[in-house]
Write a protein that binds this ligand. Structure first.
Ligand SMILES: C[S@@+](CC[C@H](N)C(=O)[O-])C[C@H]1O[C@@H](n2cnc3c(N)ncnc32)[C@H](O)[C@@H]1O
Length: 615
């Protein structure tokens, strides 16, 4: 037997490490267990806008801070964990593409390994948040797109690759392009599970989508009854590999003439119940069964195509116009995406009420569109300047109904004054075709059709096709603004301290977060996990404190006591009074939790608020 070793993967420098982002945009490599990347940060309240509920985890959230910390908080803080873990239906991310440019609002020039680590780490967090029928859409261009796909394969598996959307971002050409004038971005789509389905638009299909006609004149499309691929091997699925009698009397199995095995899509009973949907097609002398899908007027929703044109969903110029309309007089955000594009993604992959997440908010397009489409949303932005200038004011306007751009307005051809045989929208299409032919010089040789006449015709066609504008969004709803709290620790010359602000309530809250306790203030306790209570003491825990705490427990409860100082006898007393209870010294016990090899032992006596970092 040949021996196989290794696996298909993309490797890069420091792949096993994690990255900490600094405020100046630089990154630092750290082991995954280092508290600086593993700590669970609190989320502080900043403001509420519009209508919000009593529980902040149930509200729409604009989180200001680094995506690493924000996603860790959503995944690990008990308050948010129950609402988000495995429950997010759609994640759309439009991270910096690593184009090597410095944009006015953020830098986009990272070393490839840094960029890949950043993406891999966010994807790992996103995977935990995704619902079983959820999907993640990663918007990129050619710089990192191919490497990102390898990383996505690794984190979400190749079986969960849904497809790649080519989004035409402009129909203009860059005349100074050295080679191609780049006109598209790519959006990589992966699902949490391999049986993922996209929603479809309820528009009537065109004839070419149902190209075949049966003996009664009904139109249909067809696909093979056979399935191929690694999960469709006849030998692995014996009940799906039965023989079928063809109209010429031959018996057909799901095996190609070259011997490649597949299986049928249906079990035999389903096949036998649907014989009227089987179309036998002659494939070079062999009859093959196909499944027919009939066109039903008004009931044949179309699957989305993988190429999205600028005229359908808008391009970068439209997005900049939307940004200008929202913020008159301001230099528009550098890289906004058009609302039409995000609207299509949200439509295809979620339903009203579902949670949509974007942890690279920029000007806040995803949140704005999700809000207007009745989805719940969470968005994260690291740059406080971007939040203050674009994201927050935009979302304020959405709630107030003062955002009259993008998907807030539907412009529909009215058809007023058109002859009966001409449908609304057709004159505009004719104008476009005429214009394109004129641009290409098609009419130059035609007598009497000079340039001015064609221009006049184009203008007449355009104005004949009047449109009416309908406002679809009138405001409503609300959201909360949260800040990623600073670390509970401070480090200086090899020592890690509890930050000065870590006293009383904040210390209790932060400690509960690190240990995964629900905050539940029933003095003298601050948290609960099942039958275990949490007590956090900013001071020395001695025998008196232990007796007071244990006397407040019910018979079947235990307690985890955390103190900034510990009297050596207290531990023994606690064990004797309430077996199964523990006494922990903070910050050392919290740092040990991250199992960092560099953070090991407590120093400087019993009442110290510090621990030593071993280099
Ligand atoms: C390409 S822009 C997103 C544009 C957005 N789709 C829109 O329509 O406006 C990327 C954004 O991600 C932000 N960003 C970069 N790194 C981040 C991080 N680690 N955490 C959170 N935001 C980050 C940048 O500040 C920038 O605003």
């Amino acid at each position: 037997m040949p021996r196989y070793e290794g696996r298909l993967e993309l490797t890069w420098t420091n792949k096993h490490e994690r990255l900490l982002a600094h405020d100046d945009g630089s990154y630092e490599w750290l082991p995954p267990s280092d508290y600086r990347v593993a700590e669970v940060r609190l989320l502080n309240n900043v403001e509420t806008v519009g209508d919000v509920s009593k529980r902040r985890a149930e509200d729409n959230l604009l989180i200001c801070g680094d995506a690493l910390h924000a996603l860790t908080s959503l995944t690990k803080l008990p308050e948010f964990k129950s609402e988000y873990l495995g429950k997010v239906k759609l994640v759309y991310i439009d991270p910096p593409f690593n184009t090597g440019q410095l944009f006015p609002h953020y830098d986009d020039a990272l070393e490839h390994s840094v960029w890949l680590t950043m993406l891999r780490d966010r994807l790992l967090q996103i995977r935990d948040l995704l619902a079983p029928d959820g999907s993640v859409w990663v918007h990129l261009d050619d710089v990192e797109g191919h490497r990102a796909r390898a990383v996505l394969d690794e984190v979400l598996t190749t079986d969960c690759f849904v497809g790649e959307v080519i989004w035409e971002k402009t129909d203009a050409r860059k005349m100074d392009a050295q080679a191609f004038s780049s006109a598209h971005d790519r959006i990589l789509v992966y699902s949490r599970n391999s049986d993922f389905r996209l929603n479809r638009h309820q528009v009537n299909a065109r004839k070419k989508d149902f190209p075949h006609v049966d003996s009664e004149g009904r139109r249909y499309s067809r696909r093979e009854l056979r399935k191929w691929g690694k999960n469709s091997l006849r030998k692995d699925r014996p009940t799906m590999g039965y023989g079928i009698e063809a109209p010429d009397g031959s018996v057909v199995y799901p095996i190609r003439p070259d011997g490649e095995e597949g299986c049928w899509r249906w079990h035999r009973p389903t096949y036998e119940a649907n014989l009227d949907r089987i179309d036998w097609v002659d494939r070079i002398g062999q009859l093959e069964p196909y499944v027919k899908t009939y066109h039903e007027v008004g009931k044949s929703p179309l699957p989305s195509k993988s190429v999205w044109r600028v005229e359908e969903f808008g391009g970068n110029p439209a997005a900049r116009e939307e940004s200008k309309a929202l913020f008159p007089g301001l230099e528009p955000f550098a890289t906004p995406k058009p609302e039409g594009l995000i609207g299509e993604i949200i439509f295809l992959s979620s339903q009203p009420g579902d949670i949509v997440l974007d942890c690279f908010a920029g000007s806040g397009t995803t949140a704005a569109v999700a809000h207007k489409m009745g989805r719940r949303w969470v968005t994260v932005e690291r740059s406080s300047e971007t939040v203050e200038t674009f994201t927050l004011p935009r979302l304020h306007k959405v709630v107030a109904g003062e955002d009259a751009g993008g998907i807030s307005i539907a412009e529909v051809p009215a058809g007023e004054g058109l002859p009966e045989s001409v449908k609304p929208g057709e004159p505009k299409v004719a104008a476009k075709v005429l214009n394109a032919l004129a641009e290409a010089g098609t009419f130059e040789e035609v007598d009497g059709l000079d340039r001015d006449l064609v221009r006049t015709l184009v203008r007449v066609l355009r104005t004949a096709d009047k449109t009416t504008k309908t406002t679809l969004w009138h405001g409503g709803g609300g959201f909360r603004v949260l800040d990623v709290a600073p670390s509970m620790f401070e480090a200086d010359q090899g020592l890690v301290f509890l930050g000065d602000w870590m006293t009383n309530g904040v210390l209790a809250e932060a400690t509960a977060a690190q240990l995964g306790f629900n905050l539940e203030s029933v003095p003298p306790f601050v948290g609960r996990k099942g039958r275990t209570r949490l007590a956090v003491i900013d001071g020395v825990v001695n025998e008196t404190v232990v007796r007071m705490l244990t006397s407040a427990l019910t018979d079947d409860e235990r307690v985890v006591v955390c103190g900034t100082g510990i009297d050596p006898d207290a531990r023994q007393v606690l064990r004797a009074l309430r077996p199964g209870s523990t006494l922990r010294k903070i910050p050392a016990a919290l740092l040990d939790r991250y199992r960092s090899p560099r953070l090991t032992r407590t120093v400087a006596g019993n009442d110290s608020r510090l621990a030593r970092v071993e280099d």
